[in-house]
Each structure stands twice: as C-alpha cells, then as structure tokens.
Design a binder for this molecule. Structure first.
Ligand code: GLP
Length: 233
C-alpha cells in the first residue's frame, strides 16, 4: 500500500484530486464514489476545478434502506449536494434504498457494477474498519448485499440525524469483492478515531474482523491519511 501523509483534510482533498485528475487524463471513465465526511474536500476540489465530468460515470458504494432519494439524509442527496448538482456526470449510480425488495435492489446494482468496471474507487473507512457499509464479519469476496449496521456505526452516524432512532438500521452496500475489482483504490481517513482501523488495515492480518484489511491483497491502493489517523502505524 502507498501511504500519503497529509497535514489536514484540505491537503488530503488536493492529493486525492491530483490522482483523480491524472487518471481521467489517462482514460479513466468510471469513478467509484463514497459518502461520509472524508471525501468532502476531494469533492470540493472536483467542483471547483474546470474538469468536465459529462463523459464520466460514477458508481456509489452504498445507500440506507428505507430512505427516498430526496430525503436529505440519503446518500443520493449527499452526492447531489456535494458533487452532482455542480458537476453532472454522464450517469451516476447509487443503490436504490427506496426499493424494499432486497434481492431485486442488490442484483440490479450488481448488474450496474458489472457493466461499469471501476477505474478508480474512492473509499472512506469506518472506526471499526468497515468500507462501504461492509461491517466486520462481511465476506471479503462479497457482492452487493443488504447489511445490518453495527451499534458503533449507528452511533457514529447519529451526528447526521435529529435523533438516534432515525438512523436507518440497514443499508445496501457494494460488496468487498466488487470493491477489490476496481483498478485503483484511494482510501481517505482523518482523525484519531480512525487510527485503530488504519493500523489494522495496514499492519493487521487480512481478516473479516477488519474489512479494509482486504485491501492488502489489492495491487494499487493509496491511503491518504493525516498524522492522527496514522498515529498507530
Ligand atoms: C459511513 C459510510 C462509509 C464511510 C464511513 C466513514 O459508514 N457508509 O462509506 O467511509 O461512514 O465516514 P466519515 O468519512 O464521515 O468518517
């Protein structure tokens, strides 16, 4: 794994943006995108750039089950707010959390993932090492699934909701197997509360206990992390 240490999230966004820009200039056509606070500075760099994304397709990692796309807590809404409203893509895919039929929603999304092989995947990481919403215990070769969120993830995400009971308990998430098929991966992590997860990702055994540890088996992963997230390496 390549590790780029940055002083703050703004610098992290710039470093990630340089990789995105370079890959697009070299023919990348499909970006895998993530939600959460970590990619926001990257998206800011993208929206303030002069890059035209109208020939680029995006495929997002995950969505809460039960939220309509226009719900302001949905990941559909997040992506529009932070990126797509300012920079429209050719096609932008996010799992359909409004579809209560999990088999249909996940197999539809797998078809999208298969039809749009990801050139560059952006990832954040949960405090427990989750990527997308693949919580500890998720199969390291899995496809898109309906997943139950752990208490620690629900608690971490409560800050975005009016009340803890409003946080959805389930999500549709691209699987780790699909994430691993991306040609290149950038993982962004900032802050001390990511330090254990980053240490387990880089130095720990490859295990379902830390889903991001699977990235050790990927040939082209770059971690962009601040000193606090790197403090246990
Ligand atoms: C959520 C998302 C993940 C994201 C994680 C960390 O669980 N499903 O994709 O990586 O939050 O978010 P943050 O970057 O806000 O710490």
């Amino acid at each position: 794994m390549n590790i780029i240490k940055v002083t703050d999230t703004k610098m992290g966004g710039k470093e990630a943006f340089n990789i995105v820009k370079n890959d697009l200039e070299n023919g990348a056509k499909v970006l895998g995108l993530a939600t959460g606070s970590s990619p926001i500075t990257l998206y800011n760099e993208m929206t303030s750039s002069d890059i035209d994304f109208s020939n680029v397709t995006s495929v997002n990692l995950d969505e809460y089950v039960g939220l309509q796309p226009d719900n302001d807590q949905s990941y559909h809404y997040f992506m529009k707010e932070h990126l797509f409203n300012k920079k429209p893509f050719k096609n932008s895919y996010v799992p359909d959390g409004s579809n209560p039929d999990a088999d249909a929603a996940t197999s539809d999304y797998d078809k999208i993932v298969e039809d749009n092989p990801i050139d560059l995947q952006i990832l954040g990481i949960g405090r427990n090492g989750h990527i997308g919403f693949n919580e500890p215990g998720s199969p390291l070769d899995g496809k898109t699934r309906k997943v139950g969120l752990t208490e620690s993830t629900i608690e971490a995400n409560t800050r975005f909701f009016a009340d803890e009971k409003d946080v959805p308990r389930f999500a549709y998430s691209m699987g780790i197997g699909s994430i691993m098929k991306a040609k290149k991966i950038i993982l962004l992590a900032y802050g001390e509360n990511k330090a254990d997860a980053i240490a387990a990702t880089v130095d720990g055994p490859v295990t379902e206990d830390c889903p991001a540890s699977a990235l050790q088996n990927h040939p082209d992963v770059t971690l962009i992390i601040d000193e606090a997230a790197a403090s246990k390496l």
